[in-house]
Design a protein around this ligand. Structure first.
Ligand code: MG
Length: 392
C-alpha cells in the first residue's frame, strides 16, 4: 500500500501562476473525491484575489506582504481567519502547526527563508521557488530534519524524481532534463539582440510568470534547473545533462549503465508536476490532459557550446557554488526586469550576467547573511551595467 498523501496544505504565493494552478489541481482533485485542506494561504499584494480565495477555501491563516496590505485585506476577509504579514508572517504560514505540506511558489528571495522555516518545523516542502535551491541550496539541504522532506514542483524535476525512484545510484550514467529551447532557439544569434519583450513573453509551450518566461528564452532557467537537480538528487554535475526538445513532451530521461534509457512523457502542463507533489507518492486521476503520441514527432538536440552564453555562465556559477549562484540569480532578476522595461536588449541579459559574475569573489559555504550581501551587491552591479548600456 502506498502511504497516504499529506492533505493539509500551506500555499505560499497563492495568487501567482503556480499558486493559481495549484488551486486548480486542488479543486479538480476535490471534484474526484480527494480532499486537500488549505490551512494557510500567503500572497504578496493581490489582496482582493487573496480575500476571494480565503472565502472559497476557509484557511485558518492568511499572510500578506506588509501592514498596508493587511489593512486593505482586513475588511474583505471572512471572520475568524488569522491575519499576519511581512516576512515573519510568511514564515508563520509555512510553519503553521497543522500544516503537513508546504507548496512554496513564492517568487523571489523571500521564498528561501520560508523554505528554511518550513523544513525546520518538520514540514514536507514542494519547491517551485527557484531561490530556495539556486541561492540557498547548501543551507536548505542542511535544514532538513528528516529524509524525503523536499519535493520538486517543476516538470523536469518531478519527472526525474519519478525516474530515479526506481534506479540504484550505480545504475545511472546520466540524468537528462529537457529544455523546450524557448521561442528563439532557432533564431540566428545576430537577430537575438533585436527581440522584444513581447516576443520573449510568448512562450510556445509553457504558461508561466514573466521572469521565468524570459529566463526560459535565455535558457538561464535551464541552468537554474541543473543547479536544482544537483541539490535535489545529490547528482554530481557531470551526471546531469540538458537536451533541447522543442515539443516539451519528454521532461526527463534516465540513461542507465546497460544502455537503456527511461523517459517520462506528458503533455506540457504545470498542473501535472503540481499534482505529483500534492498526492505524492500516490497517482490519482487529475485535470491534466492525457497525452496522445500517435502522429507526434519528438526531436532532441544538444545545447551548442558556442551559443546561449546565459546558460553556460549560470551553470559555471552553479559549479563554483558558494555565493556565486546567488549573484547569478540576483543579477538575472535585475537584468530581466530591465529588458522587460525596454532598457536593455535581450542579449544584454547574458552579457550583464557574465560581467557581474566576473567581478564577483565567491565566498564558500555562505551564511544566510552572506547570501543576502552577495544578492544586494549583485543587484547593485547589475543596475550599474543597465545604466551604462542605456547611456551607450
Ligand atoms: Mg522547468
Amino acid at each position: 500500500m502506498t502511504p497516504a498523501a499529506p492533505s493539509k496544505l500551506a500555499l505560499l504565493g497563492a495568487t501567482g501562476s503556480i499558486g493559481q494552478q495549484t488551486l486548480e489541481v486542488v479543486r479538480a482533485l476535490a471534484a474526484r473525491g480527494h480532499q486537500i485542506r488549505l490551512i494557510t494561504l500567503a500572497a504578496g499584494r493581490r489582496v482582493e484575489e487573496l480575500a476571494r480565495l480565503a472565502g472559497e477555501f476557509s484557511p485558518q491563516l492568511v499572510a500578506v506582504a506588509g501592514p498596508r496590505e493587511a489593512e486593505a485585506i482586513k475588511p474583505l476577509l471572512p471572520p475568524g481567519i488569522e491575519l499576519v504579514w511581512g516576512e515573519a508572517g510568511l514564515q508563520q504560514a509555512a510553519a503553521h502547526p497543522e500544516v503537513e505540506l508546504v507548496v512554496n511558489a513564492v517568487v523571489g528571495a523571500l521564498g528561501l527563508r520560508a523554505t528554511l522555516a518550513a523544513l525546520q518545523a518538520g514540514k514536507v516542502v514542494a519547491l517551485a521557488n527557484k531561490e530556495s535551491l539556486v541561492v540557498g541550496g547548501e543551507l536548505v539541504l542542511a535544514a532538513q530534519t528528516k529524509p524525503h522532506q523536499l519535493l520538486p514542483l517543476d516538470s523536469e524535476h518531478a519527472a526525474l524524481a519519478q525516474l530515479l525512484a526506481g534506479i540504484k545510484p550505480g545504475e545511472l550514467v546520466r540524468a537528462w532534463i529537457t529544455a523546450s529551447g524557448g521561442p528563439f532557439f532557432h533564431l540566428p544569434s545576430h537577430q537575438l539582440a533585436k527581440v522584444t519583450p513581447q516576443q520573449a513573453l510568448a512562450h510556445p509551450t509553457w504558461k508561466m510568470g514573466p521572469r521565468i518566461t524570459v529566463d526560459s528564452a535565455t535558457l538561464v532557467n535551464k541552468a537554474f534547473e541543473v543547479i536544482e537537480a544537483h541539490h535535489l538528487f545529490g547528482l554530481p554535475w557531470e551526471k546531469i545533462g540538458v537536451l533541447v526538445h522543442p515539443q516539451a513532451i519528454v521532461h526527463a530521461i534516465a540513461e542507465l549503465v546497460d544502455g537503456s534509457q527511461l523517459a517520462q512523457l506528458a503533455t506540457p502542463d504545470m498542473r501535472l508536476p503540481i499534482q505529483a507533489a500534492l498526492t505524492h507518492p500516490a497517482r490519482l486521476p487529475g485535470p491534466a490532459r492525457p497525452l496522445s503520441l500517435a502522429g507526434k514527432r519528438l526531436e532532441f538536440a544538444e545545447l551548442p557550446r558556442d551559443s546561449w552564453p546565459g546558460f553556460w555562465t549560470v551553470l559555471e556559477a552553479g559549479r563554483e557554488g558558494g555565493t556565486a549562484p546567488a549573484v547569478a540569480n540576483a543579477a538575472d532578476e535585475v537584468l530581466v526586469e530591465a529588458f522587460l522595461a525596454g532598457k536593455i536588449s535581450f542579449t544584454d541579459i547574458p552579457a550583464g550576467l557574465a560581467e557581474v559574475l566576473a567581478r564577483h569573489n565567491p565566498i564558500s559555504s555562505p551564511t544566510l547573511e552572506e547570501l543576502w550581501e552577495a544578492d544586494h551587491w549583485a543587484r547593485e552591479q547589475a543596475r550599474r551595467f543597465v545604466q551604462v548600456r542605456q547611456r551607450a
